[in-house]
Design a protein around this ligand. Structure first.
Ligand code: FES
Length: 105
């Protein structure tokens, strides 16, 4: 596993909500759901819309621009037009902090 870097505090997260962070020059979504925490790229792979302004239903995030959907647990496309999955990252929660192996630019 690549080096884990701090990306936010656990207190920043709400269950079932999306929290956008900028780390190493890139934007990511941090999502807490059913006691698990996920980190994915914040930009849609179709036309780079900000997924944090879309909606989250369970593990499915819907893009606000043209309605594409991704499963945040895998990054897989659930509904086109996107054809490429979101990048997903390893996560560790410890001592009130959220750490991930995001790579930045
Ligand atoms: S920009 Fe996200 S589906 Fe088109």
């Amino acid at each position: 596993m690549a080096e884990l870097v701090p990306i936010c505090r656990v207190d920043d997260l709400t269950d079932g909500g999306m929290h956008k962070v900028e780390v190493l020059g890139c934007e990511y979504l941090v999502i807490q759901r059913d006691e698990a925490t996920f980190v994915v790229d914040a930009a849609c792979t179709n036309d780079w819309a900000d997924l944090s302004t879309g909606s989250l239903d369970g593990s499915i995030v819907t893009c606000p621009k043209c309605g594409g959907q991704f499963d945040i647990t895998s990054g897989d496309v659930v509904r086109e037009p996107p054809t490429f999955p979101l990048d997903t990252y390893n996560v560790e929660v410890k001592e009130g902090g959220v750490f991930s192996d995001v790579t930045g630019y």
